[in-house]
Design a protein around this ligand. Structure first.
Ligand code: 3PG
Length: 210
């Protein structure tokens, strides 16, 4: 299961990140992303209603790979699994969460920002990780440097990524994909401007292939 998600991310190379607490807006947004070449999404747990949003999007968009982001605790990991989400992602890593994730059969990507984080991830068997916040911790320079001691690790760069920076970031050989919220800005979601979001998604999908 994890391997299928990794293969899809390797193919798409861009993972949109969606932050919204409204079920209808979430479904419209995810549908629009998929129609414009991005059929995988991370929905964050940063809003009070996030579990219900996840559950409804999973049900309404069966052809989209719907993951959950901002998983901070084992309890959230369990709740995410019950929504039917395809995978989970965290901004960081703790021993407690890494152990729970290793024991869960939910495909999971821990977050790392240092060599120590990465060592903890590897201790629990995770070799595809989110590098966060990518622009702060060094982006491709960091991925390249970590590739020395950890040649088998692959990174999803997230945090501060834009459509402009995407092509260069994806050039780095151990970067699996980039993730970001730029194609789902809150103002466009609020306005229900799905045309504009579709254009941002198409541009992101094109940048990923550039
Ligand atoms: C995340 O959850 O990874 C970040 O919110 C994404 O960062 P961005 O909003 O800068 O794209």
């Amino acid at each position: 299961k994890l391997q299928n998600i990794i293969e899809q991310l390797a193919q798409l190379r861009v993972l949109p990140i969606l932050v919204t607490d409204d079920v209808d807006q979430a479904i419209r947004c995810v549908t629009t992303l998929a129609q414009h070449g991005l059929p995988a999404v991370e929905i964050t747990l940063r809003t009070p209603n996030a579990m219900q949003v996840l559950r409804e999007v999973v049900r309404a968009c069966p052809d989209v790979t719907v993951g959950a982001g901002t998983i901070l605790t084992p309890a959230q990991l369990d709740a995410v699994k019950e929504t039917g989400a395809a995978f989970g992602i965290s901004p960081g890593i703790t021993p407690v969460l890494a152990k729970a994730a290793a024991e869960s059969d939910l495909p999971y990507f821990p977050g790392v920002g240092s060599a120590s984080d990465l060592m903890l991830a590897l201790e629990h068997g995770f070799s595809v990780v989110k590098l966060f916040p990518s622009d702060i911790v060094g982006s491709t320079k960091m991925a390249k440097a970590l590739g020395g001691p950890f040649p088998d690790v692959r990174f999803c760069l997230t945090g501060g990524v834009t459509v402009e920076t995407t092509p260069a970031l994806l050039q780095q050989s151990n970067v699996l994909c980039v993730g970001g919220s730029w194609m789902c800005p809150a103002n466009l979601i609020q306005a229900g401007d799905w045309d504009a979001i579709g254009k941002l998604a198409s541009a992101a999908a094109a940048a990923a292939k550039a």
